[in-house]
Design a protein around this ligand. Sequence first.
Ligand code: HXC
Length: 260
Amino acid sequence: MEYKNLLIETTDAVATLTVNRPQALNALNSEVLDELGRALYQLEYDSAVKVVVLTGAGEKAFVAGADIKEMADMSSYEGHRFAVKGQHVMMAMEKMKKPVIAAVNGFALGGGLELALGCDFIYASQKAKLGFPEVTLGIIPGFGGTQNLSRLIGPNKANEMIFTGRMIGAEKACSWGIVNEVFAPEELLDKARETAAAIAGVGSLGVAYAKDAIANGLNMVKEDGFRYEASLFGVLFATEDQKEGMAAFVEKRKAAFKNR
Ligand code: HXC
């Protein structure tokens, strides 16, 4: 499939999806959001892909936000529609069976940080700067940021970031639990792909069900989450991969998973 603003490169079951609009620091306009929606759908149903790494083109930015030049003249209704369009992309990543790892190589601001937060976890370069400058523009985060950040790090730290609009560095983002690990800029993509390859090497059904249990369980009261987890756990015993995984352990060999 052809994309104007995205690059997709797949090696050994790991797809690297790059937002490629460096002249605007990879800002998300409607066209990029539409393309991201299509690309995620394509990757979800591509049997050659097991894990996705999402990054931004160029030295400077992961994604510097939603496109301010496109938003500048929007009506209230258009603003609402634009927010929902971006939220569809975040929900698509959450609903995907395949994990998506964000490799934040530079600025992740506003909608760019929301895109990273929509991934399953975030690795960042030492040079990365994360923030929600929306209040400096007279708006608020609209691609799920108020919800995802506060659920991830609690309301108090999220309040500070969103109310001030200040950027924080990668190390602070790591200590706050936004970023899982920080790497030298030249190492970041390789490290993200290495982890992606490790995930691609285990049973994809288990990974998909674990993602489902965690993402959906977070929206439930704990007892329902436990019940949901047990149901998914039970379903896995109807798969060939569970038989193979446990037989391989007993026979002291590497499991040959078939995703069935
Ligand atoms: C449109 C953008 C952009 C953006 C950068 N550019 N960010 N265009 N939307 N979000 C463009 C600039 O206009 C410029 O193009 C080019 O990219 C390079 O950017 P510079 O500003 O010249 O680079 P620099 O001086 O290094 O500053 C980097 C920066 C700054 C600090 C990241 O670009 C910046 O503050 N960007 C905006 C960040 C932001 O406010 N993001 C949140 C947006 S609101 P030209 O053609 O002029 O050279 C948001 C809402 C999400 O994301 C929810 C929506 C529903």
